[in-house]
Each structure stands twice: as structure tokens, then as C-alpha cells.
Design a protein around this ligand. Sequence first.
Ligand code: SF4
Ligand code: SF4
Length: 440
Amino acid sequence: MKDRQKKIHYEKTFDCVQCGYCLPACPTYESMKKETHSPRGRIHLIKQFAEGKVDIEALQEPIDKCLGCNACSTVCPTNVQYGKILEGAKQVLDEQKPKTKIQKVVEKLIFEQVFPSKAWMNTIGHASWFYQKSGLQTLGRMTGLTKAAPLHLEQFEQILPDLPSPVERMHRPKVVKTAGQRRAKVGFFTGCIMDSLFFGINAKTIDLLARAGADVVIPDGQTCCGALHAHSGKQGISKELAKKNIKAFEKAFEGEDVDYIVINAGGCGARLIEYGELFEDEPDWQERAEGFVARTKDISEVLVELDTLTFTKPVKEVVTYQSSCHMLNVQHVVEPPLRVLKSIPGIVYREMEGSERCCGSAGIYNILQFDESMKILDHKMDKVKMTGAHTLVTTNPGCLLQMKLGIKRECLEERMRAVHLVELLSEARPLGRPESEKDR
Ligand code: SF4
Ligand code: SF4
């Protein structure tokens, strides 16, 4: 019982005074209208489970249906660390849940082999490119074969981004130097899925940083941030991945000053900035992790701090913005993406009602909890439509795919698109400003 309570952060559950202030902020409480599917109800259940008063079955569904969006923590007046409690509960559930041999093998393969491996991620990227370019995609759609895919993957297949060729992927340089005056040295965190399926956005991020005056290094040996593992209850593997990333960036910058470690995905950023908290029982690693965290910033924060880009091509569109929950509620990065977005000439910015609410993507929630996710997405799309926007901007790959899916479900592809912030900034033809022109 003591071990369970430690893992669950039992002592933190007492910070919840059951006031219910978080209920209106919770998307699953809004859509399911059940106390057990609210933050307050979940914390109460987790506490009871830690005390042995309810069994695992009572906890499983409410925890599985939680998006992990952390909107509840942001509004909580007593600063309940819901994210920590949730991760602990997921770990205990994962450890205690009965699994078949096949399930164990599949989980081991996905979490320990596929996601942490650059080779696997590149292979997925190459295979997706081949699928798109060889005619297999067209054939699959024409014959209806894609409809046979499990877990509604057929819907996600339709919004797969255009992938670069293997040649392009394998020839990305490891260092990109700025053509102008050097104002910073940065390490770029590529991510796993981001580098596999959104390679083009990573390439644009590197280009933007170089244009803004940064020398960009892409360290070898970096791996998945570990967010997916932590959200699936695999805390041990997540911690190992954190160590690998810290080591990779230390090695790449041995003896050199690095100004920033840059990320362009809200979900990864939220995990990276929590690395320090993972090593409370390993002081050496904690110090190294804190050094890593101190430099870690989202691309929008770095562009605002450098303040060196000017955009030369107007984007004459009505634009709205959907926040990434993890960027908003964990990284607490609010203003920088809006500031760089609004600096693009020609755009008309329209704020979306409830833009801070989760879109229902939440890692792989939209695959595992498809029906709940689509309810949340449909509600989100009502708000998107009210803005009259042509372009919907996000800052996380999961949100981007979910928004593309929302546009497709609403048959709005003719008049609306979803893009990553970096893509829109690149369209506006950014140029570095000489030092003498800054602050004009
Ligand atoms: S989590 Fe915070 S806001 Fe929600 S019921 Fe508990 S104390 Fe109140
Ligand atoms: S993390 Fe999000 S979905 Fe889960 S309880 Fe908090 S607000 Fe609700």
C-alpha cells in the first residue's frame, strides 16, 4: 500500500479541497457530465484507490478518459499538481493491469524499440513517403482497403502530411550556420514523431532559427522526449530517455556555451522542462537536468527574445490560433506564439472563443478514445467556424493533425487549412534584420 501511495503522490491529493472550481475548465466533465470524469472526482477516486477503498476497475475508465490537458491545474486556486497525481495513477494502473503475452510484446516493441529509435522513426518516414508516392495510397483509397485499418486509422491516413524523400531526409546537415551576424548558438530538439512525420516543419524551424541569427546544431544521440511513455504509465523508460537526451546535448556542446535548446512541439516541450523533477532521488542527474531545462525554450520564445526577423511577404488571410494544452498549462508559454504570429504583415487575427481548451488530440487519446475525442473536436470546430478564419495555427503535431481532421470532418478543406506556426512564418519570407534596424 505504501509503495502505491508513494507512486501516486498520495500526499498531493490532500491539496484538493474539493471546491469544484476546476469543473468548468475540464473538457471531459463538459462532454460527459459525470463527477467521476471531472478533476475533482478523479482526484477523489485516486485518493480512495491509494487507501485501498476502491479497486482498480473503478479507477481505470475515469483515468483512461482523462485528456491529461492540465487545464484543471491552471485554474486550481490551491495549486493542486494534478499532472503528477495523474502520471502516478497511470503508472500504478499500468503495473497492475493484467496483460496478455501478446500485449506485453507489442508494448515492449512500441515503447522500448520504436519510439526511442531514430532508425525506426526514419523507417516510418520512408515507408509513409513510399506509400504516398508509389500509388499505394491512391489504390488503397480507391479499393476501400484503407477502411479496413483498425482504430479509425483510416481517418488519420487521410490527413497524413506530405513527406520528404528518403534522400532529403538523410541529407539534413548536423550543423546549420547563420548567414548573417551570429546572435545565438542553439541545439535543436527534433522529437520522434515530429522528425518522422513532420520532417518538413523541423526543416523550416532550423531555417527560421538560422535566419534569425542562430547557429543551429542538431545533436546525434537524442531520442524521444518520453512524454508518450509517461502518459502511458511507463515512468521508468521515460526517465531513461530523459537521461539519453541530457547526455546527447551535453556531448554536442562540451565546453561551449549554448544559449537555447529549441523545441517546436508543445507536448515535447512540456516533458523536457519537467526533466529536473524526475531526478529528485539522483542529485547528480538532477543538476545535469536542471542545466538542460534552464536552456530549453519553444521556438516562439526564442524568436521573440532574438527579435531579429522581419517578414517580407504579406499573408492576406484571416487567422486564428489553437493553443497546445501542454504549451499553455505546463510550459506556461502564452504570449510569444501570438506575438510572432501577429507580426506577420497582412494577417487579420481573430481570437477563438475557448482557444485554450483541449482539441481532443492529447497524445494518442484521439486514437485510443476516438468517440470521446471526436465529441470534443466537434465542439472545438463550432468555435473555429465562428472565427471565419482561413488559417488555423497550432504549435504541436498532435493538435495539427486533430485540426486537419476537424476541417475534413466539417468538409471545410476548400476554404480552411491548419498549419504549424513555423509553416506560416516561413510562408511570410522571413529575413534577418541587421542589428542597427532592431527596435525600429
Ligand atoms: S483540483 Fe483544485 S479547483 Fe479542482 S476541486 Fe480540487 S482544489 Fe478545487
Ligand atoms: S487533465 Fe484535462 S481532462 Fe483531465 S481532469 Fe484535468 S481538465 Fe479534465
